[in-house]
Design a protein around this ligand. Structure first.
Ligand SMILES: [Fe+2]
Ligand SMILES: [Fe+2]
Length: 178
């Protein structure tokens, strides 16, 4: 298996979740109300799966290893854009969390902010995935030997192994800190 395979498999699950979010958005628009618990669950997926687990492997392993290579100016530019997309995704998620809190506290106007930000996410993220799958990952591969690629793959599995523990440790610490 190539190192990019698990990243691409994760892209497929993220796409499926974005479709679920799109369906919920249509429901919010027709009913003029949102379920804050669904928004929490969507945020948890984005933060823990898409950002920490998926972007974590991209940034902490793939991009870090690429940084050691003599990238073409084009590839370096795309990598910079991808990192900016990740940052943008975190900002959007933060806005969703803030709007959801306001909505829970009775601010009906916050519904428009929840939907606008969820919509932005469903529109921008597929383009990010496409840029990685079709452009960046294929050209990234050319910088690595097969051994280096397999070492990254091993690094990905090790990274994943820690995630479930990190998630639930943070959950307990969150309760303890309350
Ligand atoms: Fe990415
Ligand atoms: Fe990705």
């Amino acid at each position: 298996m190539q190192a990019r395979a698990p990243l691409m498999i994760e892209h497929r699950l993220i796409e499926r979740m974005l479709l679920v979010i799109k369906g919920i958005l249509a429901e919010i628009e027709s009913k003029h109300k949102a379920d804050p618990v669904f928004v929490d669950i969507a945020v948890d997926f984005i933060r823990v799966y898409a950002d920490r687990t998926h972007h974590g492997k991209e940034e902490d392993i793939l991009f870090r290893e690429l940084n050691k290579k003599a990238l073409t100016p084009e590839d370096r530019l795309i990598m910079k854009e991808l990192i900016e997309d990740h940052v943008f995704g975190r900002q959007i998620t933060k806005s969703i969390v803030e709007a959801n809190t306001r909505y829970r506290n009775g601010d009906k106007a916050a519904l428009a902010d929840i939907t606008a930000n969820l919509k932005t996410l469903t529109e921008f993220y597929p383009r990010h995935i496409e840029k990685e799958d079709k452009v960046f990952f294929p050209s990234s591969k050319t910088y690595f030997t097969d051994e280096e690629d397999q070492a990254m793959l091993a690094g990905f599995w090790e990274f994943d192994r820690k995630m479930i523990h990190e998630k639930y440790k943070a959950l307990v610490e969150g309760f303890e800190g309350q």
